[in-house]
Write a protein that binds this ligand. Structure first.
Ligand SMILES: Cc1cc2nc3c(=O)[nH]c(=O)nc-3n(C[C@H](O)[C@H](O)[C@H](O)COP(=O)(O)OP(=O)(O)OC[C@H]3O[C@@H](n4cnc5c(N)ncnc54)[C@H](O)[C@@H]3O)c2cc1C
Length: 239
């Protein structure tokens, strides 16, 4: 938790949408949710971490990538982020002072369009199930900030109008804010090749801290001390 030297809690909880729940996105979500911002994460679970085994993540001797992700997801959930697994973001647009995000999620299967009632009846009488196919359900969400963390896929950033570098990656500085104010880009999408989990985690944290600084009107940090452990985890923390 934040130490007592940081600014007071904001009067209003700003909202943050994180697109992509790999390491960059979950890192951003961890910091924003932990510090009281309303945080929603959309993820299609194609993180490269499922292919990785970490021997080069400082402080962790050896960890399977999927195992690492399971811990990260639990951590983000514990701090109150709304993690919407399996919900794909199909569009991000500026809306008012913030952003509108369209999503799509495969829902219950239903009878394929164009099937006639006769066909369905024939299927039943022949003992076959009526032909079915997955149907996508669309939804729209709004937030004050958006953090893009879609790995090496930069399509949403391009559609939003973010500037790109001459290397054809999303152009950001150390604060990870794109040329579109309030929109951040993190992880593999902001680098041509230097792709490492530790770097992506740092990107997400930098984006989140910049959002928190914007909300609080002064530079912000999220420092914890040993006394915070009991408050955060209560009886779960060993003496
Ligand atoms: C084979 C392999 C081995 C690796 N080994 C190591 C290693 O040993 N050490 C190391 O540090 N790094 C390793 N890496 C690199 C590491 O996995 C990446 O640097 C890291 O995963 C990048 O993080 P990211 O968050 O940018 O992207 P990702 O972790 O790939 O996450 C992006 C997430 O966004 C989701 N997404 C994309 N588009 C949408 C959308 N429209 N809506 C919703 N969700 C979306 C994806 O499903 C995915 O879950 C390895 C990579 C590979 C491929």
């Amino acid at each position: 938790m934040s130490d007592e030297t940081t600014a007071d809690e904001p009067e209003r909880n700003a909202s943050v949408i994180v697109v992509g729940g790999g390491v960059a996105g979950l890192s951003a979500a961890l910091f924003t949710a932990k510090n009281g911002l309303e945080t929603t994460v959309f993820d299609t679970d194609e993180t490269w971490m499922h292919k990785a085994h970490l021997f080069n993540y400082l402080g962790i001797g050896s960890a399977g990538g999927s195992e690492f992700m399971a811990t990260a997801r639990q951590q983000v959930d514990d701090f109150g982020a709304d993690r919407r697994q399996g919900e794909e973001v199909t569009a991000v647009d500026e809306s008012g002072d913030g952003f509108a995000v369209e999503t799509s999620v495969a829902s219950e299967t239903q009878r394929a369009d164009g099937d006639s009632a006769e066909q369905s009846s024939a299927d039943r009488s022949s003992g076959q199930h009526p032909r079915e196919e997955a149907v996508d359900e669309a939804d729209t969400y709004e937030a004050d900030y958006v953090v893009l963390a879609t790995g090496a896929n930069r399509d949403l950033a391009e559609d939003l109008g973010c500037a790109f570098t001459e290397d054809d990656v999303v152009d950001v500085g150390v604060e990870m804010e794109t040329s579109v104010p309030g929109a951040y880009a993190t992880g593999a999408m902001v680098r041509p090749e230097e792709w490492q989990a530790a770097i992506a985690v740092g990107d997400g944290a930098a984006a989140a801290l910049n959002i928190l600084s914007s909300e609080r009107g002064e530079h912000y940090h999220d420092f914890d001390v040993p006394a915070d452990a009991k408050r955060v985890f209560g009886e779960l923390v060993a003496e």
